[in-house]
Design a protein around this ligand. Structure first.
Ligand code: HEM
Length: 142
């Protein structure tokens, strides 16, 4: 999926409001994913993924940090996420069907907390950006 110049502008604009809230946004998105799609919990068998847990917060921060890195390198998302893509494909072996599920929950959280900034066009651009990230993360499976 190709991001247009407007998409890149829109994603960078809303990300200015994500900055500083990565941990809270990531933790809520993960918690919503684990609740609405319990099969995703199976990838975290030894972790405490209850609402408010320290793991949920630290992992949420890592996930959103990776997305912030992708936003910072929006012209080279493949390069920015290359190592993460190896990890999800070769080590974690996460079913790629799950990437859109997390993307959906991230978008829901942005809609709840950043509603005034999530105009229809920004919504569409963030959706495309997250789909691109999912595509990149799924690109190393063999
Ligand atoms: C680990 C990002 C989707 C399962 C990670 C890490 C990051 C990350 C940054 C830490 C890597 C490290 O410590 O080296 C992302 C992003 C995603 C995504 C940006 C999509 C937007 C998913 C999905 C699942 C998943 C959908 C499964 C349902 C895992 C697991 C780990 C992990 C099991 C290892 C956790 C641990 O043992 O601490 N991910 N991830 N990821 N991810 Fe993802």
């Amino acid at each position: 999926m190709k991001l247009s110049a407007d998409d890149k502008h829109n994603v960078k604009a809303i990300w200015e409001h994500v900055k500083g809230h990565e941990e809270a946004i990531g933790a809520e998105a993960l918690c919503r994913m684990f609740t609405s799609l319990p099969t995703t919990r199976t990838y975290f068998p030894t972790k405490d993924i209850k609402e408010g847990s320290s793991f949920l917060h630290s992992h949420g921060k890592k996930v959103m940090g990776a997305l912030s890195n992708a936003v910072a390198h929006i012209d080279d998302i493949d390069g920015a996420l290359s190592k993460l893509s190896d990890k999800h494909a070769e080590e974690l072996m996460v079913d790629p069907a799950n990437f859109p599920k997390l993307a959906h929950n991230i978008l829901v959280v942005l809609g709840i907390h950043l509603k005034p900034h999530l105009t229809y066009s920004v919504h569409s651009s963030v959706d495309k950006f997250l789909a691109t990230v999912g595509y990149v993360l799924a690109s190393k499976y063999r």
